[in-house]
Design a protein around this ligand. Structure first.
Ligand SMILES: [Fe+2]
Ligand SMILES: [Fe+2]
Length: 300
């Protein structure tokens, strides 16, 4: 299958095959800064249900930048602890193990993906990370209400749109056209991405996470979050949760009538979420805005 890739000058279109598109994205991924070692250590901790304060502290501490940021979050105005929190071992019980694990992971990823300014013009970073953190936090809250395992949900939500950064770096001109068309025509971005680049940002995000050796349980929901149909299999719950949390976060940012805020009935049916529960989750999301903003401030 051949597709047209438009260069800076739209009149000068270059001809690329699908495998060349993949090769280009892979080379962009390979050029990204290495993920901090702490990310892999924390992923190992996540796999161990018995891991407690000591293990997570040991995973974070060897990374001074990460330690500083975890402490920055713990000392942010949102949490309002009266005394200064000066050590990770002190921050862990105060913020809760899950929050520390999730923040440490997302901070590590942010270190790798967040620094480069090349793609900032196309994808405003603060907007992307704020949306991602909102989705992540909503997924954890949804998991509590649905009584499902939440281990990977925060990082899954945080990374669900990371493929946009890879697309923006791989094909800046073409991706600008995708974004412009989605905006001007009020159409779904992923649909335009598939048409123009043959891959949507979910699939591209999965490519990146696979390259980073993230576990499959985390990769697949990212891969499928824009597929028309809810895939069947062990990942179905997670995929449905990403999609619902994503739509709710878009409603918060763009309003209820925006096409991105549309929630698929099939996802709600699968999760057995009633309309009233959805509204209550949306209310939670609005209340959590301050907390999520404090996380973003610590990331920067
Ligand atoms: Fe997305
Ligand atoms: Fe999203």
């Amino acid at each position: 299958m051949r597709v047209w890739i438009i260069t800076c000058n739209a009149a000068e279109a270059a001809f690329m095959e699908q495998h060349e598109i993949l090769a280009k994205m892979r080379s962009v991924i390979d050029e990204l800064p290495q993920l901090p070692g702490s990310v892999n250590r924390i992923l190992k901790v996540l796999e161990d249900p018995e891991a407690g304060v000591r293990k997570i502290t040991e995973a974070v501490m060897p990374d001074p930048a990460l330690t500083t940021k975890v402490l920055k979050v713990a000392n942010s105005a949102y949490y309002g602890f009266s005394a200064t929190i000066a050590s990770v071992s002190r921050a862990v019980p105060l913020l809760g193990l899950e929050t520390i694990k999730s923040l440490a992971l997302s901070l590590g990823v942010f270190e790798s993906m967040g620094r480069d300014q090349k793609d900032s013009e196309l994808i405003p970073k603060n907007e992307l990370w704020l949306h991602s953190l909102t989705v992540a936090d909503t997924m954890v809250e949804m998991a509590k209400r649905l009584d499902v395992e939440a281990e990977y949900l925060f990082i899954m939500g945080f990374l669900h749109d990371v493929g946009k950064l890879v697309l923006a770096r791989s094909f800046p001109d073409l991706y600008k056209e995708c974004l412009d068309r989605a905006f001007e025509e009020g159409r779904d971005l992923s649909e335009i991405e598939r048409k123009m680049i043959r891959f949507d940002h979910g699939e591209v995000g999965a490519l990146l996470l696979t390259r980073w050796k993230f576990p499959k349980v985390l990769v697949n929901p990212v891969r499928f979050h824009h597929k028309d149909k809810l895939p069947s299999g062990p990942d179905t719950v997670d995929v449905a949760m990403v999609r619902v949390a994503d739509a709710l976060a878009n409603r918060l940012l763009h309003g209820e009538d925006h096409p991105k805020s549309r929630i698929r009935q099939a996802d709600l049916d699968y999760l057995e979420l009633q309309q009233s529960e959805l509204e209550s989750l949306y209310a939670y999301q609005k209340e959590a805005e301050e907390k999520v903003s404090s996380w973003l401030a610590a990331l920067n």
